[in-house]
Write a protein that binds this ligand. Sequence first.
Ligand SMILES: NC(=O)c1ccc[n+]([C@@H]2O[C@H](COP(=O)([O-])OP(=O)(O)OC[C@H]3O[C@@H](n4cnc5c(N)ncnc54)[C@H](OP(=O)(O)O)[C@@H]3O)[C@@H](O)[C@H]2O)c1
Length: 277
Amino acid sequence: MSSTDNASEESEESEEGQRGERNARKTIAVAGGTGTLGRRVAAELAARGHEVRVLSRTSGAWRVDLSTGEGLAQALAGCHVVVDASNERSARRARRTLVEGSRRLLDAEWYAGVGHHVCVSVVGCDRVPMGYFRVKHEQERVVEEGPVAWSIVRATQFHELVAERFAAGGRWRVLPLPRARLAPVACAEVARVVAEVAAGEPLGKRREVAGPAVAELRDLARGWRSATGRRALVLPVPFPGRAGRALRAGVATAERPEVWGTTSFAAWLEGREGLPR
Ligand SMILES: NC(=O)c1ccc[n+]([C@@H]2O[C@H](COP(=O)([O-])OP(=O)(O)OC[C@H]3O[C@@H](n4cnc5c(N)ncnc54)[C@H](OP(=O)(O)O)[C@@H]3O)[C@@H](O)[C@H]2O)c1
């Protein structure tokens, strides 16, 4: 047998090994596994045959608090992978859960021998100089410099979040909106990517997921209004400063994401029952 035969046989074996690794049943903890994204990631992973632990402050079996570290050691014992889909939407409180929480989570993972940490982040978080985005970028840096091999999945805004914000504002029958270019994506499509990444080897880099179309926030609001039949005035308001300029320029959209979602906001609205109104 020639050395080429040997090499190709070895590479076939290692490819098979990698495939096996990808398909092997793993124990995967999903921090924030009760949230909008986290519960979909947990369901995707379970459907692929992995053993999933849902971690959150209100989780039945694996109650943890990232802002204090409570429950982490027990919840992570025996886990191969951790997906961090936790969130704190208030920019004022976000640092404690997302940045300091990531440090606590990564330390606990290191002690537990976890081999892969998957962080979910936001497209453009390094380019929007504004509270929550800054915190997400800081969280990314903690993960990149942390003790556990990592992957980061950055997504654009979820259709679910955009619709929820319109519904909340629409209660007053007026939607004061600045100009901003967004490329929203269906949360279910992001969940599939996150699950795929979690089941594989650590990437050591970011993967971006974006919706199929870039749209003006005010046009999305008009689409939401006609899909829900709600009467709400779209009121243009200025968003001065660097953050406003960045959003107008479309930094929260992705130029060349690795994954394009296929469901537009309009298609998502159409196929949606129980839409927040
Ligand atoms: N929403 C979007 O449009 C969007 C877009 C791109 C990226 N992302 C990213 O996707 C991730 C998930 O966002 P999401 O919108 O799905 O979040 P979400 O619906 O607000 O869910 C947050 C989750 O975090 C858990 N949590 C909050 N504080 C916690 C704490 N101190 N300890 C433990 N668990 C805690 C919550 O559960 P309990 O309350 O039960 O603890 C819940 O399961 C975030 O990293 C976010 O930046 C979101």
